[in-house]
Design a protein around this ligand. Structure first.
Ligand code: PAF
Length: 296
């Protein structure tokens, strides 16, 4: 495994691989790696000849400067972990390397970016689009891997790839959870012991809510989840919405979409956590010839 800090060095190595007709897989990260990232890297290594993992805490996607300052930076430990999963190249550039000039590009993702994270973190997805497009331009991957925990980010990146006519294939990986169910996140390390203990209620409440689907309306279920979590010490729900998995627009009724996802952001003390869960489609009872016959 090689640790690389400059674009020129990385591109020289990747050009060589491309000459040999090797495929390149890419996992962009902000470091502070955990098993969720490693699952992405393992899939990337398995599916490509050459694997690149970037570690770059992107300043343009933080709308809260305090969050940027407190974001964990653990390059040495990250490299040790990446070595265990046979990563080829770790790209850890400086801010000046990625942004020699301030990036003033403005992307537009319409209604995909005005809801949920986009509503509460203005400018966040523009920053994500800036850095991901820049990294894609540098690495020119055949495939890039993203976790489904950042459900809205995944939709934005797919839209970005379409807008820029890129050929990179975007591959998503299911959420990786701690044994008690908490979605893995680099931010979990910032939770105080009591907050960590209470944060388990987020995934638990989401999973329980699946069983309430047949008993409650969409509005009632939303309110129940919010009320339950707000009763847990130190937790404060920022939003919980049930949306169509493609358009990310809120649904009002269970029949509004075949693929409904519940997306949530919760503060545990100062630490903002996100999670999501799919509500399985209503089982439609199709009468085939035989049971139609039986009913007659
Ligand atoms: O999901 C992340 O860690 C970041 O948003 C990403 C995609 C690496 C861009 O900085």
């Amino acid at each position: 495994m090689e640790l690389i800090h400059t674009i020129a060095e990385l591109q020289a190595l990747l050009a060589q691989a491309r000459k040999e007709n090797k495929t390149t897989g890419f996992v962009p990260t902000m470091g502070a790696l955990h098993a969720g990232h490693l699952a992405l890297v393992e899939q990337c290594v398995a599916e490509n000849d050459v694997s690149v993992v970037s570690i770059f805490v992107n300043p343009t996607q933080f709308n809260d400067k305090n969050d940027l300052l407190k974001y964990p930076r653990t390059l040495e430990a990250d490299c040790r972990l990446l070595e265990t999963v046979q990563t080829d190249f770790v790209f850890s550039p400086s801010v000046e390397e990625i942004y020699p000039e301030p990036d003033v590009r403005q992307f537009g993702f319409g209604t995909l970016e005005t809801v949920m994270e986009g509503r509460f973190r203005p400018g966040h997805f523009n920053g994500v689009a800036q850095v991901v497009s820049r990294l894609f331009d540098i690495v020119k991957p055949d495939r890039a891997y993203f976790g489904e925990k950042d459900f809205q980010q995944l939709a934005i990146i797919r839209a970005l790839v379409k807008q820029l006519n890129l050929t990179v294939e975007i591959i998503s990986h299911p959420i990786v959870r701690e044994p008690d169910g908490l979605a893995m996140s680099s931010r979990n390390t910032r939770l105080l012991p009591a907050q960590r203990k209470n944060a388990v209620a987020i995934s638990q409440t989401l999973f329980e809510s699946r069983h309430r689907k047949n008993q409650l309306s969409v509005a009632e279920l939303k309110q129940e989840v919010i009320d339950k979590l707000n009763q847990v010490p130190e937790l404060k729900v920022e939003y919980f919405d049930l949306v169509d998995s493609d358009t990310l627009q809120s649904v009002q009724n269970w029949t509004d979409s075949a693929h409904i996802v519940g997306c949530i952001a919760v503060f545990a003390g100062e630490v903002r956590l996100i999670d999501n869960i799919a509500y399985l489609p209503m089982v439609k009872f199709h009468l085939n010839k035989r049971n139609r016959h039986n009913r007659l």
